[in-house]
Design a protein around this ligand. Structure first.
Ligand SMILES: [Zn+2]
Length: 105
């Protein structure tokens, strides 16, 4: 057996085994790592797709992947947010018909 062309590619096979990722489909490929699966790549298996999207949704729900999670923002963005926040807070003070503190003075 020659080992020419050792790039990682799944081998198409015929088998009555079930996909190792538990999707319920029969095996049609063997991965370079020897895994029997229904698609040419593990990411294509419907069970892995489901898992991926579920963990994504869970992440959003728990706030872990929330793009506006303040603590996870880079310092540069935090500085910019603080700056624009300061501008918004200042505005009512210079507004004569507004509800700023000048009415009490
Ligand atoms: Zn599968």
């Amino acid at each position: 057996m020659s080992k020419r062309g050792s790039h990682k590619k799944s081998i198409e096979i015929e088998s009555n085994n079930y996909c190792c990722y538990g999707c319920g489909n029969t095996v049609r490929f063997i991965s370079p790592g020897g895994k029997e699966m229904c698609e040419s790549s593990a990411n294509k298996c419907p069970n892995n797709r489901k898992k991926n999207s579920e963990s994504l949704i869970r992440g959003y729900k728990s706030g872990k992947r929330n793009p506006y999670n303040y603590d996870e923002l880079p310092q540069e963005t935090k500085d910019r947010m603080r700056w624009s926040k300061g501008k918004i807070l200042k505005e009512p003070l210079f507004e004569y018909d507004g509800t700023g503190d000048h009415k009490k003075l």
